[in-house]
Design a protein around this ligand. Structure first.
Ligand SMILES: Nc1ncnc2c1ncn2[C@@H]1O[C@H](COP(=O)(O)OP(=O)(O)OP(=O)(O)O)[C@@H](O)[C@H]1O
Length: 256
């Protein structure tokens, strides 16, 4: 049984439809990565899954009692508001000291408990955000570009950490990433989003799909092209993006 089942989801901000007819599933233990150009609705999709953006159509089903852990893309911390890492990790429902300690240890930053949030480096902050997501012992971890702003070694270390967490806890991961080599190496499945699901499947399948290449270019240049592609294929309401949305079932579980 899937942990998460997004069915025909549409989300609008005012009159602007940002997501249209998006369907996907995440099964226990899977790593599913969402790629897509800036403004393609990736963050909105995660926000809808955690209940922070409301659907205009479709539904989001979760396994009974599913605990989600969400690492947002950005966190603004008011530097005038003193708050320690330890206090930041407190959950609305309360978290034990032991749970907070073990989440920090699992995120690789056990020494940061007493530090001020405003004094953390970018890499430390990402790990503290991860720790906060882990306190509740999630079965599904949602990561929104978790390594944005980190240098290459910092980013690689963070993804190794995610891999360790997944192996140790068995949680599934649904993440947004712009780093193609990470996506290729670490994901079971990839969903290419551009307001709608352009294509989906194994990393190999997606990276060779014409819809993906139209968005991101081909080869390793695709990773760099993520931010400067020209959106040159249609994705209006007839779904005419040249996409075979009925991709072979052995290659993907999206849109079931
Ligand atoms: N709260 C909001 N109100 C109105 N429009 C919004 C809001 N949040 C996002 N949008 C718009 O919705 C579209 C999708 O935004 P979203 O942040 O989901 O894209 P994204 O794929 O995550 O982009 P990026 O890669 O730049 O992070 C954008 O055009 C954005 O300007």
């Amino acid at each position: 049984m899937s942990l998460l089942n997004v069915e025909h989801l549409s989300v609008s901000y005012g009159a602007t439809e940002v997501l249209r007819d998006v369907s996907l599933t995440v099964d226990p233990g899977e790593v599913v990565t969402i790629v897509g150009p800036n403004g393609s609705g990736k963050t909105t999709l995660l926000r809808a899954i955690v209940g922070a953006a409301s659907a205009t159509a479709g539904r989001i089903g979760t396994a009974p009692g599913l605990v989600l852990g969400y690492v947002p893309q950005r966190l603004h911390i008011d530097p005038t508001l003193p708050i320690t890492v330890e206090r930041f990790l407190a959950l609305p429902g309360g978290a034990s000291r032991a749970d907070k300690k073990s989440a920090l240890a699992r995120a690789g930053v056990p020494e940061l408990a007493k530090r001020q949030m405003s004094q953390l480096s970018g890499g430390q902050l990402q790990r503290v955000l991860l720790a906060r997501a882990l306190v509740a012992k999630p079965r599904l971890l949602l990561l929104d570009e978790p390594t944005a702003g980190l240098d290459q070694p910092g980013s690689a270390a963070f993804y190794r950490l995610i891999d360790d967490v997944r192996r140790d806890t068995g949680c599934a991961v649904l993440m947004i990433s712009h780093e193609l080599h990470v996506v290729m190496a670490a994901s079971d499945r990839v969903i290419c989003l551009n307001g709608h699901v352009c294509c989906h499947g194994t990393p190999e399948h997606v990276s060779s799909a014409p819809e993906y290449q139209a968005l991101f270019g081909t080869g390793t240049g695709g990773a760099l092209a993520l931010y400067r592609h020209d959106h040159d294929h249609r994705h209006d309401h007839d779904g005419a993006c040249g996409t075979d949305h009925s991709a072979p079932r052995d290659q993907t579980k999206a849109a079931e």
